[in-house]
Design a protein around this ligand. Structure first.
Ligand code: NAD
Ligand code: 89V
Length: 339
């Protein structure tokens, strides 16, 4: 299976490492408008075909899928060009800056008969996955309350300076992952209430968001995110969980410790992710999930299955992001039907 990658920036290195480790997959072409980044990635990964223009790369072809690793503003034109070129697509989050663009991308891939998956990787982190699997197996009965929490003071702006520049920040960049985990755990959402705050005066967007979600299945969840939380130990980039069910409780605590209490027993497991050979702490958790989600994409292509985080699925996560911003702006609960 041959692939191409567009966007050789900060995060794409992880994607290139992960592709290199997947059996039967080869990245044969890469593209970036920035010649320095293009050549640095091309030299590191030995990629011969290098392009500054994605349309030229699509015109030359020679690959089955494209991995779009650019930031959101470029996603729609690149996804539409990929669909037109007749290749399968994996696209980074945030999938789009608005619902109209996201729906147009899903429609373009559908019309072309190609698979479109969003690189929504946090639900694929092995610690989070262990919690999802335990919950789905009924380990604590039927859940009725959940807290999905990401609080950190890690300097994310050093590696990703654009995060400090946008009008929107934490819900769009990080909250999107945490809202997606809430969907994976508790199902779809009927209404959301959100409040946001900017604590760090050096950034333009909000760096704190607290959201209350009413899920169709009857769970109420709290999704809270902060990049302004100075604490020790620093837990970046761990998502912590507290879930109450009719038969017990599940906790994913700092240090990747999963505790399930049910039937009078308490079991604690170490669910820490491995540090892959090309990974480094503290990013190893995210880096492992990149390898897992890309393997999932390849497995789906090989077996003709719809990826769990398909473009169509991701519309529901993106709708939560939009609804959260609307709720915070207007100081009211927002029904997802409004999206
Ligand atoms: P970046 O700005 O460092 O890199 C993006 C690269 O894309 C740049 O080199 C830029 O020149 C190139 N580019 C942009 N538009 C292009 C176009 N039309 N044609 C060719 N090249 C183009 O950004 P980043 O920090 O690597 O983030 C990329 C995406 O990955 C973002 O959407 C970000 O939210 C996401 N991200 C995801 C995770 C995750 O865990 N899933 C983690 C970090 C970043
Ligand atoms: O995963 C991400 O999307 C990153 C970060 C962890 C820094 O929020 O942008």
């Amino acid at each position: 299976m041959k692939g191409a990658l567009i966007g050789c920036g900060f995060f794409a290195r992880n994607q290139l490492h992960a592709w290199r480790d997947i059996d039967g997959v080869e990245i044969v072409a890469i593209c970036d408008r920035d010649a320095g980044r293009l050549n640095e990635a091309g030299d590191q990964f030995g990629t011969e075909h290098r392009y500054s223009d994605a349309n030229a790369m699509f015109a030359d072809g020679g690959f089955d899928f494209v991995d779009i690793a650019t930031t959101a503003p470029s996603h729609r034109p690149l996804v539409e060009a990929a669909a037109k070129a007749g290749v399968h697509i994996i696209c980074q989050k945030p999938f789009a800056e608005n619902m109209a663009d996201a729906r147009a991308m899903v429609a373009a891939a559908e019309a072309a008969g190609k698979v479109l998956m969003v690189h929504e990787n946090f639900r694929w982190q092995s610690a989070v996955r262990a919690a999802i699997d335990a919950l789905r197996s009924g380990a604590i009965g039927t859940p009725f309350f959940g807290r999905v929490s990401f609080r950190s003071g890690y300097d994310v702006y050093a590696g990703q300076p654009y995060l400090a520049e946008g009008k929107r920040f934490i819900i769009e960049d990080l909250g999107i992952h945490i809202l997606d985990i809430a969907r994976a755990l508790f199902g779809e959402v009927s209404a959301i209430t959100a409040s946001t705050k900017r604590v760090n005066p050096k950034i333009n967007g909000e760096d704190v968001a607290t959201m209350l979600l009413a899920h169709h299945g009857g769970v109420t969840s709290v999704v809270d995110c902060s990049y302004a939380t100075k604490r020790d130990p620093e837990t970046f980039p761990e998502t912590l969980l507290e879930i109450d069910g009719t038969e017990g409780t599940l906790r994913l605590d700092a240090g990747y410790r999963l505790t399930i209490q049910a039937g009078g027993k308490s079991e604690t497991r170490d669910v820490a992710p491995p540090v892959l050979p090309w990974a480094e702490r503290p990013w190893h958790n995210i880096q492992e999930s990149v390898a897992i989600i890309q393997q999932h994409f390849v497995d789906c292509l090989r077996e003709g299955l719809v990826p769990e985080t398909s473009g169509a699925d991701n519309l529901n996560t993106l709708a939560l992001v939009e609804a959260a911003y609307l709720s915070a702006a207007e100081g009211r609960s927002v029904s997802l039907e409004e999206m």
